[in-house]
Design a protein around this ligand. Structure first.
Ligand code: ZN
Length: 310
């Protein structure tokens, strides 16, 4: 069993428009945009990152906004709800705030004894704010005060036709199966970075999702450094997983593999972080391009990447 995984690193989803995506995460949810760059594999599309002040692993929601992309259809074989941790007693504040800002599909629920407020994003993306004891320091310059602000991810919930093999994988990755609530089984990584929970919702009768705007593209798990990442890569490959080579994403190093239930997993390093190419005070403001795409800057800025009003 692996001991290197520290919880979630980031969650990456698809959107249909950069501006509305930016406004939702920075203004409505009060996160900080910590990086404005491009999809390294498709540089005509932005890659936008939102999180806490530094973009700490476990806080970072990222998006590829493909202009005009068709909305996905939710189903099995994907990550459904991405959960953010908020302080206990703050859901009435959030309910009023989100309702006042016209956020869709607001509903309150209790899962695993935790109160949650579920809602959808601009492309039908599924989220929940979940009340939890969480001592991570929030970003508080996005219009939400320190007493209420999002602390980082609480969890990601996979919706699967058959959760068995993915449950075994999570246990191999160091997660403990701790509880069950209806169709959902909860896994927690001990001594994690705060974003410690993965839920598996088993829905044998639900058809497979179609990926599109509003769909989660992949979830990434955090490891401290490249040495730990190589240990994880070798262990996964020894177990029979097809894992990509290590890929340089400038702000972290990444490996990817497809899980038995169809969800794409990444393992990403905490190093070097988002202050690699701009200081913490100015994170996310200027368009940062990786060295291999810097020669495209003019055409990208004039032809493909519509400016984002902050
Ligand atoms: Zn990723």
């Amino acid at each position: 069993m692996l001991t290197q995984i520290q919880g979630l690193h980031h969650v990456t989803s698809l959107a249909s428009a950069a501006q509305s995506n930016n406004d939702f995460f920075t203004r409505t949810l009060g996160l900080r945009r910590v990086k404005k760059t491009v999809n390294f594999d498709a540089p005509h599309v932005y890659h936008l990152y939102y999180g806490d002040e530094a973009g700490s692993p476990g806080s970072v929601m990222t998006y590829f906004p493909f202009p005009g992309a068709t909305r996905g259809r939710h189903g099995t074989g994907e990550v459904g709800i991405t959960g953010f941790a908020v302080p206990k007693g703050t859901l009435p504040y959030w309910q009023e705030r989100l309702a006042g800002l016209g956020v869709g599909d607001l509903s309150e629920a209790t899962r695993f004894g935790e109160a949650r407020l579920q809602f959808t994003g601009p492309d039908g993306d599924e989220f929940a704010l979940i009340e939890a004891d969480d001592d991570r320091v929030p970003w508080t310059h996005g219009g939400v005060g320190a007493d209420e602000a999002i602390r980082g991810f609480h969890s990601a919930s996979m919706r699967l036709k058959d959760g068995g093999a993915s449950a075994e994988l999570l246990k191999f990755m160091g997660y403990d199966q701790i509880d069950r609530d209806g169709d959902t089984t909860r896994f927690v990584v001990p001594n994690g970075n705060g974003a410690n929970v993965i839920d598996i919702e088993t829905l044998p009768g639900v058809s497979h999702a179609d990926q599109g705007a509003g769909s989660v593209h992949h979830i990434a798990f955090a490891v401290e450094d490249r040495a730990k990442q190589l240990q994880v890569r070798k262990a996964l490959m020894d177990t029979g997983y097809q894992v990509t080579p290590v890929i340089d994403r400038d702000y972290f190093w990444a490996i990817y593999f497809r899980t038995p239930g169809g969800v794409l997993f990444e393992v990403a390093t905490n190093e070097p972080g988002f202050d690699r190419d701009e200081d913490t005070a100015h994170l996310g403001q200027a368009l940062r391009l990786p060295a291999q795409h810097e020669h495209l800057r003019q055409v990208l800025e004039t032809k493909y990447l519509e400016p984002i009003a902050d």
